[in-house]
Design a protein around this ligand. Sequence first.
Ligand code: SPV
Ligand code: MG
Length: 286
Amino acid sequence: MRRVVATSFRVALAEHGVVRVAGAYDALGALLAQEAGFEAVWASGLGISAARGLPDASLLTMTEYVGAAAAMQRRVEIPVVADCDTGFGNNLNVAHMVHEYEAAGITAICVEDNLFPKMNSFVPGTHSLEDVKPFVRKIEVAKAAQSDDQFFLVARTEALIQGFGVTEAVARCEAYADAGADAVVIHSKAPTSIEVERFLLRWDGRCPVVAIPTTYPQWSVDEAVRAGVSVVIYANQGLRASVSAQRAAYRALVERGGAGDLEPRIAPLSDIFALQRLDEWREMEE
Ligand code: SPV
Ligand code: MG
C-alpha cells in the first residue's frame, strides 16, 4: 500500500474551470470533501482553532497549523490550500512558513492583510489592516522562499471586511498580484454578493480571484463563475454541519437514555471503516 500522492493546486486550477474548495479541520473532513467531489480542501484557521475549542485569533502556532494541514494532505489526492492567516509574524516568519509548508507537502497557502495577531473576519468590530507596502513585501518574501515552481501563493485582502471599499480592495489586490501573488481572495461579510461583484467588474484579470461566500450563501458557483471567480471556498459549512450533527446526537443520547433511536440516523461503523481504507490496511497482514 502506497502513501497517497496529491495533485498540486496549480494543476487543479489549470484543469478545472472553477475550483470548489471545502473547508475542513481534520483528515476525516478532507476525505468527506473529496468523496463529495470537491477539487480542493481549505485547511481552515477558524476550523482548526474551533476543533481545539479556541477562537480564530492567532492563538495556535504555525507548527500546529502546518501539522493540521499536513494531516489532511496525507490522506487525500485533492490539494489542500492552507489558511496561513497573517503569515504568523514578520517577513522572517513568512519565509520559515513557506519552507515548512512546502516540506509538509502543501502546494498552496493563503496569507491575509490583517495585522498579527488577527481576529476572525466575522467577529464584530473593526481591526487595523497591514499597510500595503509591508504586506507586498511579505508576498515578495514568500515567493522568493518557495523552492518548487508548483507552490501557489494566495493573497487575501480584508479591505471590504474592514469597510475600506471596493477602490481600496482593487488597489490592494493589484499590488499583491504585481508582487507575485498567484491569486487573490476578495473577502466580504456583506449579506449579498453585490460588493464582490463590484470588485469583479473593476478587476482586470491579472490573476485569478477567489471568493468565500459565507454571508451571501445564495450566490451559486455558476453565478460566481459568470462574475469572474475562479475559486470558491466553502470555508466553514462543514464545521457548522459537524456541530449541528454532533450536538443533535449527543442530546438525543442523553434525552432518550440510550442509543436505539439514534442508530438509524448515524453512519454505520462499516462507513467509518471504509473511510479508513481498513480493507487495504488489513491486506498487508495477509
Ligand atoms: C477560515 O476558514 O479560517 C477563513 C475564512 O479564513 S473566514 O472564516 O471566512 O475568515
Ligand atoms: Mg482563517
